[in-house]
Design a protein around this ligand. Sequence first.
Ligand code: NAD
Ligand code: MG
Length: 390
Amino acid sequence: MQNVTVLGATGSIGLSTLDVLSRHPESYRIYALTAHSRMAELAQLCHHYKPQRVIVARAAQVDELAGLGVTADIGVGEAGLVEVSVAPEVQVVMAAIVGAAGLIPTLAAVQAGKRVLLANKEALVMTGELFMRAAQEHGATLLPVDSEHNAIFQCMDRPGESVHEQGIERLILTASGGPFRDMSLEAMAGVTPAQAIKHPRWSMGPKISVDSATLMNKGLELIEACWLFAVRPDQVQIVIHPESIIHSMVQYRDGTTLAQLGRPDMRTPIAQALAWPARIRSGVESLDMLACGGLHFQAPDEDRFPCLRLARAAMAAGGTAPAIVNAANEVAVAAFLQNDTSFTSIPAIIAGTLDRLAVQSAHQLQAVLDADRQARVIARELVPRFEVET
Ligand code: NAD
Ligand code: MG
């Protein structure tokens, strides 16, 4: 029996994780659930899954939850998130908070040597080197949940060894291309938040949905792949694959290309990461190959999707550059979702922030946290320059 903490339980990944866990009550017990908002939904989850502990964002939410009949021990804020990530009775931590907010608890779980199921890619993008070193030093088992990285992990013969030792020459990250795959830049300037969060293949939280539409999601995933698998950016090819059936591929030096295929349902990578090296039921049916139809591939257009280029440049610059890009992106996406800036201003705000902030070494966590804070200040100052025209 393993005790599991689900960070970000009310989100898209959090709910899919609870769905998978609930199919295996003999193997997993839910120790803690955390959420930032949506207390009524959190209360429902508590009644259903009966966690010992619950972590919320603000003190007022403690009374709100208690008023909704939740009897679990309720903690608050980042300190609470860290407690349930490092608790000795916990073996598995699902890191499914969105954005930089997930960094400290996710890193704490890694430093506590837990089995960490990593959905919160932003944490790794911000602190790649520190994060991977901590995992090694503290004996954490880091398992990628992001569907592309989970696919690559599954296509590796010996995931613990270096790509060179495994004979791997290239990783291929597939991308659906998002809802604006074939749209002109001029048309993209006028898209609304509702259009941007309506992803053609996947159902996800609002921030990652916008990231998928700008292709910043693929940019963050490029950085994520470089750290997880210790490869250079030039060893990662990004390929648009509109059907989202192949979730990514690995190419070996003997000419072999291995791919992982499946329905676009995150319960598959979640179940794989939970149980690895065993296989458990996830609730997802296998593909019907005869119903798949054709599979198509095309090169991404970095002129229409400059976020890809920005992410690549940040990885090449190293140090705090990926943390700066991540923070500026979070600010720009939030501004876009509030109708404060246009869709095509998102890359402009990120580029402007990168231009105005010197890149520092990222050996110390404090340097990364400082870069994150400074980048947010600068990006917020830039937003009004890109106000939506009314
Ligand atoms: P979501 O918006 O649906 O859920 C986010 C969760 O984090 C919620 O439970 C929310 O309460 C919590 N949260 C938000 N802000 C917080 C804060 N400041 N402090 C503490 N908790 C906070 O997001 P999602 O789509 O589930 O994505 C979660 C993570 O997984 C992201 O990093 C995303 O990039 C990654 N991911 C998601 C998918 C997907 O299919 N949804 C796929 C791959 C990777
Ligand atoms: Mg992904």
